[in-house]
Design a protein around this ligand. Structure first.
Ligand SMILES: Nc1ncnc2c1ncn2[C@@H]1O[C@H](COP(=O)(O)OP(=O)(O)OP(=O)(O)O)[C@@H](O)[C@H]1O
Ligand SMILES: [Mg+2]
Length: 347
C-alpha cells in the first residue's frame, strides 16, 4: 500500500508555506515570504503579514502542487498550522485549508507549529527514534522537550524565561547595525570573528540557577551585556569589532543551548537529540552540537537549514506522521489558536 499523500499549509508568521509529503518523502515545497515588507520595522508587523498571506496563499498552493506533480484531488489529507502564531496570519491558513478540505472532500488536521518544527526532521533523517529530546529554538520559542510519542504529545522540560534564542539574534543584530532577521547575518559575520574574544554571560548556568532552572534558558541578560559592551566601545570613540561581537554572542548562545540539551539527554537516558526551529539553521550551533554530542554517544539530528525556518513541508511532515499513527482528523470548524500550548500536537 502506498503511503498517504499529505499537504501542509503554514501561515503562522511571515512565511506562506505549502508542502506536499508522501510518508517521509518531500515531493513539493513552495514558499512566499513577506520578510522584506517587515525589515524596515525591525520585526514582523501582524497586519502586513496577514495581508501578504491572503495574496500569496492560492498561488503558493498551486506552486507546491505543481512542484510535487500532483493535483488537489490526489491529496489524502490536508494539515494546517492552527497555532501558535499571529492570530490574523493563522486565520488565513486555517480558512484556506478548510476551503480546500471542504471543496475537495479531504480530512483536515489542525496542527501545532512547534511540533511541526520537530517533525520536519523526519523528511531528512526518517522516523524519529522515541524517546528523543527536542531542542526547539525559533523566533518566538526556546524549549527543551521530551518526545515520547510525537503523535500524542510532548513533555516540556524547560523553556526560556525571557527572550527566545531567535529574538536574541534579531535584537543583537540590530545593535550591530545588521539587517533583520538577524540570525543569518550574525552567522555570516561570526565566521570572520573569534568566539572566544569577548566573554559574554551564559544565562541560568550558575549553580544557584541550575537548582531551579536546570532546563530553562534566559537570553535577555546576554542581550543587555552585548548592548553595554557595544555602548562602552562607542563612548570611547573606538570602532565596534562586529565580527568578534557576533561570534562571541553566538558562542554564548550555542554554548548554553548545547550544554542544556545534552544535560537533558543524559538525565533522561535519551540517545537522540533533534534540533528544530529557525535558530537550528545556525552553523555554529550545528557544529557545536555535533562535537559535544559525539562525546556522549548522543546522535544529533538537524534538518537542512531551509527546513529549519518556517515552511509548509514541516506541517505536511507532522500531518503525515499523524495520519500514519491513526490520529483522527480535526473537525471542520477547528479554531486558530494563537496561544496553542506545546502539549497540544493536533486539535
Ligand atoms: N543562521 C541562523 N542563525 C541564527 N538564527 C537564525 C538563523 N537563521 C534564522 N535564524 C533565526 O530564526 C528565527 C526565525 O525562525 P522561525 O521562522 O522558526 O521563527 P518563528 O516562526 O518566527 O517563531 P516560532 O516558530 O517560535 O513561531 C529568527 O529569529 C532568525 O533570526
Ligand atoms: Mg517557526
Amino acid at each position: 500500500m502506498t503511503e498517504p499523500l499529505v499537504l501542509g499549509i503554514e501561515t503562522s508568521c511571515d512565511e506562506t508555506g505549502v508542502g506536499v509529503v508522501r510518508g517521509h518523502t518531500l515531493l513539493g515545497d513552495a514558499l512566499a515570504s513577506s520578510v522584506d515588507e517587515h525589515a524596515r520595522f525591525g520585526g514582523v508587523v501582524p497586519e502586513v503579514a496577514s495581508r501578504a498571506h491572503l495574496e500569496a496563499i492560492v498561488p503558493t498552493m498551486q506552486r507546491a502542487l505543481d512542484d510535487a506533480g500532483v493535483t488537489l484531488a490526489d491529496i489524502d489529507a490536508i494539515a494546517v498550522t492552527a497555532g501558535p502564531g499571529l492570530a490574523g496570519a493563522l486565520l488565513v491558513g486555517v480558512a484556506a485549508a478548510k476551503g480546500y478540505a471542504l471543496a475537495a472532500e479531504k480530512p483536515i488536521y489542525g496542527v501545532n507549529h512547534l511540533a511541526a518544527h520537530v517533525a520536519v526532521d523526519t523528511l531528512e533523517h526518517g522516523p524519529l527514534p522515541e524517546p528523543a529530546i527536542a531542542l526547539l529554538v525559533s523566533g518566538g520559542h526556546s524549549s527543551l522537550l521530551l518526545v515520547d510519542d510525537l503523535a500524542a504529545g510532548v513533555t516540556p522540560l524547560g523553556a526560556t524565561i525571557d527572550d527566545a534564542a531567535g529574538e536574541a539574534f534579531d535584537k543583537v543584530a540590530r545593535l550591530l547595525g545588521l539587517p533583520f532577521p538577524g540570525g543569518p547575518p550574525i552567522d555570516r559575520a561570526a565566521r570572520e570573528g573569534d568566539g572566544a574574544s569577548i566573554v559574554f554571560p551564559r544565562g541560568l548556568t550558575a549553580p544557584k540557577d541550575l537548582a531551579r532552572h536546570r532546563f530553562d534558558f534566559s537570553f535577555s541578560g546576554l542581550k543587555t551585556a552585548v548592548a553595554r559592551w557595544v555602548e562602552a566601545r562607542e563612548r570611547m570613540g573606538e570602532p565596534v569589532p562586529v565580527a568578534h561581537v557576533a561570534a562571541s554572542f553566538q558562542e554564548a548562545v550555542c554554548d548554553v543551548l548545547t550544554a542544556k540539551a545534552i544535560d537533558a539527554c543524559r538525565e533522561r537516558g535519551v540517545e537522540t537529540l533533534v534540533i528544530g526551529g529557525g535558530v537550528a539553521a545556525n552553523s555554529r550551533l550545528r557544529a557545536l552540537a555535533e562535537e559535544r554530542c559525539a562525546k556522549y554517544g548522543i546522535t544529533v539530528r538537524v534538518p537542512r537549514p531551509k527546513l529549519c525556518t518556517d515552511n509548509g513541508a514541516m506541517v505536511a511532515a507532522l500531518g503525515s506522521h499523524l495520519v500514519a499513527a491513526g490520529v483522527a482528523p480535526s473537525r471542520l470548524d477547528l479554531p486558530a489558536d494563537s496561544a496553542m500550548p506545546l502539549t497540544t500536537v493536533s486539535v
